[in-house]
Design a binder for this molecule. Sequence first.
Ligand SMILES: CC(C)(COP(=O)(O)OP(=O)(O)OC[C@H]1O[C@@H](n2cnc3c(N)ncnc32)[C@H](O)[C@@H]1OP(=O)(O)O)[C@@H](O)C(=O)NCCC(=O)NCCS
Length: 145
Amino acid sequence: MLARAGTLGVDMSIAYATATPTADELIDLYAACTLGGRRPMQQDGAAKTMLDASNIHEEAREAGRLVGFARAWTDRVHVTYLADLAVRETHQKHGIGRALIRRVQAAAPQALMVLIAAPQAHEYYGRIGFAQHRSCWILRPGMTV
Ligand SMILES: CC(C)(COP(=O)(O)OP(=O)(O)OC[C@H]1O[C@@H](n2cnc3c(N)ncnc32)[C@H](O)[C@@H]1OP(=O)(O)O)[C@@H](O)C(=O)NCCC(=O)NCCS
């Protein structure tokens, strides 16, 4: 699917697809936005493991280059966890993030979508229509129950 993104006066021809980038493309994209510092991308094999273990991959490309990506895990009927949403800094605020989330939702329309927002995106999800939930709990690696 080709779409024009140009809300800030810059025209971009963005091709969206349900497809999996290479691990190197993922590392490059995450380095081009703040997500690079929030994921273990420097860890050997981490990018490939992350891709292999998730079951929804939505890409945005401009002239073949990966400019946005959403990675999620879903059971298709109950819940979808949006693990990563990344848009190249040069391409942000052109509707790419929202379009990728719409594609993730379309892959499992019946499922509740949940995520943990990065500090940089704290205001983002509310702005595009997500509801904040008070009952989110996390268990960090090393914490025990
Ligand atoms: C957060 C991110 C995915 C947003 O993607 P994007 O393509 O720039 O966002 P969109 O163009 O779809 O923005 C949709 C709307 O949200 C607004 N918006 C974008 N980024 C925002 C932010 N960080 N905070 C608040 N609002 C934001 C846009 O201005 C737009 O508003 P409008 O509809 O009134 O015009 C992108 O900035 C990014 O990759 N950031 C770095 C990585 C990151 O933090 N990812 C999220 C991990 S939880």
